[in-house]
Write a protein that binds this ligand. Structure first.
Ligand code: ADP
Length: 440
């Protein structure tokens, strides 16, 4: 964090520094150029007066520093030059400042001098005899100014860097300290800055989820052990009696039957738990495919027919082909669990009717029985895991309390809606409406 802040502080400091240098250089350059120009003009006028009075003698013993002085006659021939041999110099009539001075009395120009290999500022003054006196000084460029200010600039850059480091360290500390002091056990009680409020509320909801999941897992484990205990006691009790030789020959068969029922109950419990946990994981190992709900219903009904016959309940399937997108195993399991309940809780002579209807936008499954019905106060719980109606326990009807949870989750995977109508003494009707969309 400190390094990142340092980098961004440095970038800002450098940008400000460069912008300031560019701005200051621009302003200073313009300012100094104007001063230089004014001074050159004054010096040219002064020297012109001197040459006007003394002629060539003016240059005798003249020491010229940081400046070049040239005297040119009206035809452009150089009469005197402080920096070069006048005789060897070319005609200066075409020099811009000379032309201007000859035309208007005074002229200026700037250009690169081949003689001095520098950028020069020239000022020329016409004398009364028609000759021209010219002064030239080297014009300082931005680069030379920058080089001149090099040390100062380096010092400023160093200070900016140092300040960036100190500020980055302080800022990092001020940001990190409240984060380190957060109470993660109770995220919403922290009064940090507003920016981390979304993080804290996400943390809080994740913790709640985790607590709920832990609670659910605990309840699940307790329920599973409870549901396993009953058949296990039956199995071990009867097996022990047989083992100790305390059972008469004719009782052995019914006792073995009890043991078999117990194992069946345990197997059913394990089967239901496996189905539910697959559904909890989103049934990711199952694929949607083109299937037919009527075919799934027919298969479930046929499997349950022997059980229904044994219980004296008649099973009826009506409707017709209902092609849809779905997971065949889950569709079958929905019908199976609903019909099995109708048979299980129904009475001898009763009827369970299964109907599959294909509509323009939906497929409707209806399972109707004329059994005991479900009391209104129990109806909101029957789709919960391990919930079993009191009567189911009392009448010793086998079950795991997971059947309707499986129905609920399997319907959810298909985006289907479940409806329940039940009246004690009259029967129960469960409807499952599957929308005919791409996913369903
Ligand atoms: P299980 O049948 O194994 O007990 P379910 O989840 O299938 O578990 O059903 C939960 C409870 O709902 C049952 O114990 C029963 O009390 C009640 N129930 C479900 N279907 C019917 C029905 N068709 N008629 C009467 N009661 C029912």
């Amino acid at each position: 964090m400190t390094r990142r802040l340092f980098r961004s502080h440095c970038a800002v400091a450098l940008a400000v520094f460069l912008a300031s240098v560019a701005l200051i250089m621009g302003v200073l350059y313009g300012y100094f150029s104007r001063i230089q120009q004014t001074q050159l003009r004054m010096q040219t006028q002064l020297a012109a007066q001197g040459v006007e009075r003394c002629g060539l003698d003016y240059f005798d013993g003249l020491t010229v520093r940081d400046c070049r002085i040239t005297w040119i006659d009206g035809s452009g021939a150089v009469l005197y030059d402080s920096a070069a041999d006048a005789n060897a110099m070319e005609n200066h009539l075409e020099r811009e400042e000379v032309r201007r001075a000859l035309a208007s009395g005074y002229g200026e120009s700037r250009r690169y001098s081949a003689t001095l290999t520098e950028r020069m500022l020239y000022a020329a003054q016409r004398l009364s005899d028609g000759t021209v006196l010219r002064l030239a000084i080297a014009q300082s460029t931005v680069l030379t100014m920058l080089l001149g200010m090099g040390q100062g600039l380096a010092a400023v850059a160093f200070i900016a860097l140092l300040l960036s480091a100190v500020m980055a360290r302080r800022a990092a500390r001020r940001i990190v300290e409240p984060i380190n002091a957060l109470d993660l056990d109770e995220p919403l009680k922290n009064e940090g800055y507003d920016e981390i409020a979304p993080l804290l509320s996400r943390l809080d909801s994740q913790q709640k989820q985790l607590r709920d999941q832990t609670q659910m897992r605990r309840e699940f484990t307790a329920n599973v052990s409870h549901e396993l205990k009953t058949p296990l006691h039956v199995i071990s009790g009867y097996a022990e009696l047989i083992q100790n030789g305390m059972v008469s020959q004719e009782d052995i068969r019914p006792f073995a039957g009890k043991i078999y029922d117990g194992t069946q109950q345990m197997a059913k419990l394990l089967e239901d738990i496996t189905s539910l946990s697959r559904l909890d994981e989103g049934a990711t190992d199952m694929r949607f495919e083109r299937t037919d709900l009527y075919a799934a219903a027919a298969s479930a009904v046929e499997e349950l027919r022997p059980m229904a016959e044994k219980a004296g309940v008649s099973l009826r399937l009506t409707g017709g082909a209902a092609p849809m997108e779905g997971i065949p195993a889950l569709l079958r399991s929905i019908v199976f669990n609903l019909v099995e309940n109708g048979v299980k809780y129904g009475h001898a002579g009763g009827t369970v009717q299964v109907q599959v209807e294909l509509g323009p936008e939906q497929v409707l499954l209806t399972v109707r029985d004329d059994g005991p019905g479900i009391p209104a106060e129990q109806q909101e719980y029957i789709f919960e895991r391990f919930y079993r109606g009191e009567k189911s326990h009392c009448k010793d009807i086998p079950g795991t309390g997971l059947g309707l949870s499986i129905v609920k989750h399997a319907a959810l995977v298909h985006h289907a809606r479940i409806g329940l109508e039940s009246e004690p003494g009259k029967g129960t009707t469960v409807t499952v409406t599957f929308p005919l969309t791409k996913e369903s």
